[in-house]
Structure formats: structure tokens, C-alpha cells
Design a protein around this ligand. Structure first.
Ligand code: XIL
Length: 354
């Protein structure tokens, strides 16, 4: 079945599920006072899961149950990306993303909009289209106005620009930079603001969590945006890290402090902690992974303007890591059978202030 058709069918199935279960929580989910979301809500903190895909959401009750029971915010994995919502130059399709948003709404969860401007997940009509700079600028503006307009009032934040920096902290060489010049980031934020006067707008990136050239570049970028009056609310730190070479929690805390000192909000948007490349017995690695999750959440909670932490996926079964890195791993809070791992208990402890 073509992907678009599959997505559409999954969307319909999910709508049916929502119809019989809305409002309220689907059968099997009991409101829990010691869930991560209850612990988070008690201190006004958003604890979430990202990389949410329509197929398991439609087909897998356990996936739905754990998502709704444990988290109060989610991010779609691909449903809001360019190639998904604008498969043709003159056609937008929001069925799948609407179904994910409806699930969140039915379970009193927030949604992070992800993402408007990225160098990946671009449709072929766009990358192969040989458009000149003016035309590409008009295409991007139309994309942003249409998508942000569509979800107005229904998402709690937008990742307006994703991964716009290179490893040295300069602007990444992308189709957008080449066509529109370095102003494209400012422009994208202004167009998003035009389409929704209220939604918080974020810049989101990876590898800029600790201290170093890339996070220095991030700091300069967002400081400049604020000086120019660009409507940026905050920074998303993706936090795809490995136990081996993850940034030190103290450096992450220092980076968060300098960003929030500019008046910006911070959200940890896509956390996962790989353990595969670290030597040692599994139980020790899982314990070290739990400590790392705990330290990062503690660092975030110590900064008043760090308002959310989302992992990138729910269970080790669903993680994008094996597909991307080409080997098995166990980077998330739940194991492949959805049993909570030590990392889950560690986040619960941190949320409870322990
Ligand atoms: C990834 C998703 O996890 C995959 O399911 C998808 O096939 C490709 O995109 N940084 C981001 C995310 O901002 O959007 C990426 O998500 C992972 C890296």
C-alpha cells in the first residue's frame, strides 16, 4: 500500500478508536498518581515522549496506554514534517497529524509541533524542482503560513527551525541557506508568528547541549535573533547522547543557565541515551543510563525556565536508534516489552525531588 494511503487508513482507524473512547482514557488505562505525568504535573513540568507514529498509535493498545498513562506532552515523529504535510506543491494533507493531535487532546496532553524548516524530510518535488531563490522563499513562506495556521491553538510550541547549525557552530549548508541566505531563520520565525500570534516558537538542535563550539554558535545565533527582535521563545536541546561520550551534566547546566539568562525557555526535546558502545555488564549499563537521565532532569529542574523533557520514543522496541545507527540498543525508559527500566524509576525520583 502506498505510504500516503496507509497513513490515511491508519488515521481513519485511530479516529474510530478515539470516537469510542473520547472523552476520557481508553480502556486499560487507569489514572495513576505515581505516573511520570502525575509527578510532572505536581510541579508544573511537561514530561513527554516524542517520535510518536501513527501505526503503533492505531494498532497497539499497549503503546497507546503507556503514552497516555505516563506522559503529558508528545511530539509526532514524522506526521508534521514537510514531506508528510505537503506531498505536492499545491496540496497539503493533515490527516495523520490531526489524528495524533486528536489523541493528545483526548488524553489531556500537549503537542510540540515538529518541524517547519529542516534539511531532511523534504519532498522530491521541492529538492529536485530547480526553484530559484524567490520561488523557494515563497514556497517556504506558504508552507509555514499554511501549517502553522492549520494547527493554530492546537500545538503548545513549534520547532520552527531544526538543526540549522553545523558541528562548528556556523550555519549548516542547506537548501534553505543556499537559496535564502542567513536571514532564512529570522524570516521563518516571523512567518510562523504571522500565522499564530501566540504559539511559543523554538529553535531545535542536537549536539549543542553541553559546552563547545556548536553550543557557542547556538548561543550567538539566538542572542542575535533576540537583538533583532525575532519572536523566539526558546531553545530545544535534542539530547541524543551516548553513555560513552554524552556531555557532562555540569556543562549542560552551565549551557542552560547562559541561554535562560537571555530570557529564553529551554526544553529537552528528543532525549535518548545509547548504551551499546559502552563496555560492561548490561545491569551496570542500565544503572549508569538511569543516573544520566536523573542528572539531566535534575539539571533541567534546577533551571526555572527549563520546562519540559521528552524522550525520543516510548520503548526500546520503537526507538529510531537501531535504524539510524545500524545496531541494536536500549536508549529509552521502557524495555521492548514496555516494562519500566531503571531510567524510568530515576526520572520518577528526580520529579519527586529525590
Ligand atoms: C527521526 C525519526 O525518529 C524517524 O522516525 C524518522 O524516520 C526520521 O526522523 N532529529 C530530529 C528528529 O529532529 O526529527 C529525527 O527523527 C531524529 C533526529
Amino acid at each position: 500500500m502506498p505510504t500516503r494511503c496507509r497513513n490515511f487508513c491508519c488515521g481513519i482507524i485511530l479516529w474510530l478508536i478515539l470516537l469510542v473512547t473520547t472523552p476520557g482514557i481508553p480502556a486499560g488505562v487507569s489514572p495513576s498518581t505515581d505516573s511520570l505525568r502525575a509527578l510532572g504535573a505536581a510541579r508544573g513540568f511537561w514530561i513527554g515522549a516524542g517520535d510518536i507514529h501513527i501505526s503503533p498509535l492505531s494498532a497497539d493498545a499497549q503503546y497507546r496506554d503507556v503514552l497516555a498513562r505516563e506522559f503529558n506532552i508528545l511530539t509526532p515523529g514524522v506526521a508534521m514534517k514537510f514531506s508528510e504535510v505537503q506531498p505536492d506543491i499545491d496540496r497539503f494533507t493533515f490527516d495523520t497529524a490531526d489524528a495524533v493531535v486528536a489523541f493528545a487532546r483526548a488524553h489531556d496532553m500537549r503537542v510540540r509541533g515538529h518541524t517547519l524548516v529542516w534539511h531532511e524530510a523534504l519532498p522530491q518535488w521541492l529538492t529536485a524542482g530547480q526553484f530559484g531563490p524567490d520561488r523557494l522563499g515563497a514556497i517556504l513562506k506558504d508552507h509555514i503560513l499554511t501549517e502553522v495556521g492549520h494547527f493554530r491553538g492546537r500545538v503548545s510550541a513549534w520547532d520552527v527551525v531544526n538543526e540549522g547549525l553545523d558541528g562548528g557552530g556556523g550555519l549548516r549548508d542547506t537548501i534553505w541557506l543556499r537559496a535564502l541566505g542567513p536571514d532564512y531563520i529570522d524570516q521563518a520565525f516571523r512567518w510562523a508568528r504571522q500565522a499564530d500570534p501566540d504559539v511559543p516558537l523554538f529553535y531545535n538542535d542536537f549536539g549543542a547541549e553541553g559546552m563547545g563550539p556548536k553550543s557557542d554558535g547556538l548561543y550567538r545565533l539566538v542572542r542575535g535573533m533576540l537583538e533583532r527582535g525575532v519572536p523566539i521563545r526558546g531553545v530545544g536541546l535534542q539530547m541524543h547522547v551516548s553513555l560513552d561520550d554524552g556531555p557532562r551534566p555540569a556543562d549542560i547546566a552551565a549551557n542552560m543557565r547562559r541561554l535562560t539568562a537571555l530570557g529564553l525557555e529551554i526544553q529537552i526535546t528528543e532525549m535518548d541515551v545509547r548504551i551499546q558502545d559502552t563496555p560492561g555488564p548490561l545491569a551496570e549499563k542500565l544503572a549508569a543510563q538511569a543516573r544520566y537521565y536523573h542528572d539531566i532532569l535534575r539539571a533541567c529542574l534546577a533551571v526555572p525556565k527549563c520546562t519540559a523533557l521528552l524522550t525520543w520514543g516510548i520503548s526500546d522496541r520503537d526507538s529510531w536508534i537501531p535504524g539510524f545507527f545500524g545496531h541494536a540498543d536500549a536508549p529509552l525508559l521502557f524495555d521492548a516489552a514496555f516494562a519500566p527500566k531503571p531510567a524510568y524509576q530515576a526520572l520518577a525520583r528526580a520529579l519527586a525531588g529525590r
